[in-house]
Structure formats: structure tokens, C-alpha cells
Design a protein around this ligand. Sequence first.
Ligand SMILES: Cc1cc2nc3c(=O)[nH]c(=O)nc-3n(C[C@H](O)[C@H](O)[C@H](O)COP(=O)(O)O)c2cc1C
Length: 432
Amino acid sequence: MRRRVRCAAGNRRPSAAMGGTSMSENKTAQEARIADRGRYADGRTRQIAVADDDGTPLLIIEPITVGALEWQPADNSADSPIRLSRFAYLHRDGADMVLSTPRSRVTAVIRDERVAAFIAGLGVARRPTTLAALSRLSAEACLRLADALRAVHLVTGAEPDCEEDDTIPQTWEFHDLLLHERSRRPKVGAINEPPRFGIVPEHQEPEWDLQAGELALPAVDLRAVAAADPPYGQVVLSRESHRDYSGPELALKQLAVLLARSLGPIERDALPGTGTDIMWSRPYASAGALFETDVVVIAHRVTGLAQGAYLYRPGAHALRPLEGDPASIDGLLFDASQATAAGIQRPQALLVMAARFPDLAIKYDGIAYSLMLKNAGWIQAAIQGAATAMGLGSVPIGTGDAVAFELATGLDRYRHGSTGEIAISVPRVQPS
Ligand SMILES: Cc1cc2nc3c(=O)[nH]c(=O)nc-3n(C[C@H](O)[C@H](O)[C@H](O)COP(=O)(O)O)c2cc1C
């Protein structure tokens, strides 16, 4: 694909070879206009401050990671048409109104509401100086704002092949790039800081006791189950997704074995220095060993279990019935059928991953959501591996509905929300 030569990130001046004399002069003038630039002793940019003509602050651009602010002068002339980047977003952060973007590791703190009017005017392509009347800023202040915002990709050129469209494939939607960029950056601060937000996570030690109203599942001897399993290599080779739900009911015992072997607590030797002999892990890895993700069984055709939603409690090996809207239960099963092109047949059971998001977020600043999705993938893999070993059918699903899950289960989607699903079935013909 054709790519234009662009100035590398950082605050290097463009060389004459990159743009010819007139463009270099242009860029030098732009750099000069971004005059009020905080610098480190070694000359790297610490922040860009844009001031009004009388020196009062309009906008402060700061890095959101430790280190220098990355910026680059724009390619074209100061008053050429610009528009807001399709990735820029305005939001409140504490007492500040800030303009942010996943395109660069910066945040722009708005110090004067006329700047918000200037930004609002950039929903369509405009020359910066034409925004003076709308924003009640001077033409010079508009040029300074435009230069600073362009330097950190908060605004972009308005030509059809502008730098932004050239650099970032159209397939990147705003929310995808935001999640990607924000969760793939060096963490600010140490990993094992004290919990953030003052939230105390739920017990990480499994809770062994059966609570009132819970259904004890048939006991499972995991060692005996493992001894009778096909070899691991055979399980890996025969793993595949099944989307035919026309087979017999799933027996309660089968469900109990599937849940115990893919989610049940596993005793391990404790790590040195923890002051204890044993620790509890699971058959799958989980970021920070927080195991914030639970599994909710949406039962459809499970022998001896009424259609409904049940939270699996691994320590007690029990199902806790959840109170929800019956129509939404059927909605979840219907959605699973739709997602797997299974026509009107619902899967025998749908296992939904439900994450206690705050428990993970208190430890992992900024990357918690992406870790939660990775953890959901680990659980899907553990369940599909176990289902394969048992001769059950399974298919992971990537299109769940968190609102429907909240209605179906009564679980608060901000504290215990769905992050992934896997449909379980009993094949008509056992896989060979
Ligand atoms: C994250 C994820 C989401 C998926 N979502 C769906 C889905 O919504 N519908 C579906 O029929 N299959 C879904 N699948 C299953 C894939 O289509 C399947 O794994 C792929 O076609 C390879 O086939 P195999 O699993 O039989 O080897 C998903 C798989 C993963 C890992």
C-alpha cells in the first residue's frame, strides 16, 4: 500500500529531505508557535501548554505514561482545513474536562470553555481561523490550538488521504482501538501496589459450605475421572466445535463432572514466603490468581434441573439458583442458537462466564478489562477440553448480551457481568 513519508514520533525536526524547503519552513514556524512547551532538562517535551493572547491557559497536553510527550509537527500549512480525529473523545476526569484519544499517549486538559466550542466546531472540516467567531478566540489562538492538537493526533487533516486514514485501517473502530491501545501500554507504577479504590476483593479461598437454597451436585472423584480419560494428545486432536443440539438431554451427573473438572479448586503447594503450606488454584490460569470469573449455568435440557440460571460455586460443588426474568433466560438460549446457526434448537446448556470486574480492577490499573477477556478465553478452553474428553459437544460463543444476562440472572452487570459463553450439547453420535 502507498504510504506517505511521515516524521517519526518524538520531537525531532523534519529534515529537508523529507519535505523540501517550503514545507520545512512551515513546520519550523509551527514548532515556534507551540512555543510554551514544558521541557525536561535533556530537551524532551514534558507538556504542551497553549495560552490565550494574554497568556491565560487554554489547553494543557500531557503524557499519560511516564516519560516524554510524543508529538510531531503537522505536514501541511497552519491554516489548512482540519477536523476532529474520529478517535478523539471528550469526557470528564475528576474535576477536569479532557480531550483524549487512543491515537497517542496523551490527554489534553481543557482550561477554558471556549476551547470546547473550538473542538465542537471541528465536527466538520474547517480552517482553524474560521473558528474564531464560533469560539470567541482570536485567530492566532485558534492557530495555536490547531497546531497543538494536530501535533498529538487529536485533530487530523481534512484531505481525503489524510494522515489518519492513511495510517489506521478503517477496520479499527473507535472502541476497539481505545481498548487495544489503553490495555497495551506500560503500566504506570508497580504491579503489586496495594488495592486501588479501597475495594476489598471477594474471598479468593474457595467457600466450601453449602448455603441454604443451593443444590448440591453429584460428587465427582476427579482422580478416577482423570485416570479413565483418553490421553491428552488424543483430546487435543479430537477437539472441535459442535453446533447440533438435537441429541439427548444432558445428565445432571455429566454437568457435575464437566463443571468440577474444568472449574473445581486444585490444591497446590503454596509459594515460598506466603506463610502457608497449601494454596488453591484452578484447572486454568487466571491473571493475578484472582479468579474473578464465575460460571453461570443456563440450563435448558438438563435431566432433573428446571430451565433457569444457576451460579456454580466450585468450593461447595453446588448450584445456586438465580432469580431472573424467565423470558430473558430463553432469550439467552435463543441468542446462542442464533450465534451458532442452530435454527430453532437451543443448546442443552449454556455456560456463561460472569466476572466480578472490581475484584480484578483493583489490582490491574487500566488493563483489567482486557485481562478479564483473556481469562474468559482460558475458561472456555478448559471447558471445551473437558467436554471433548467426556464426549460432549461444545462451542464457544463470541456474541453474548450483557444486558440480557443481567435480566436473566439478577446479577449487576457492572459488578458481575457476562464476558463469554460456551454452549454444551450431547451429540447424537458420539465422536469417534
Ligand atoms: C472467542 C471465540 C468466539 C467464537 N464465537 C462463535 C460463535 O459466535 N458462533 C459459532 O458458531 N462459533 C464460534 N466460535 C467457534 C469457532 O467458529 C470455531 O472454533 C472455529 O470455527 C474452529 O473450529 P473448531 O473449533 O471446530 O476447530 C468461537 C470461537 C472462539 C474462540
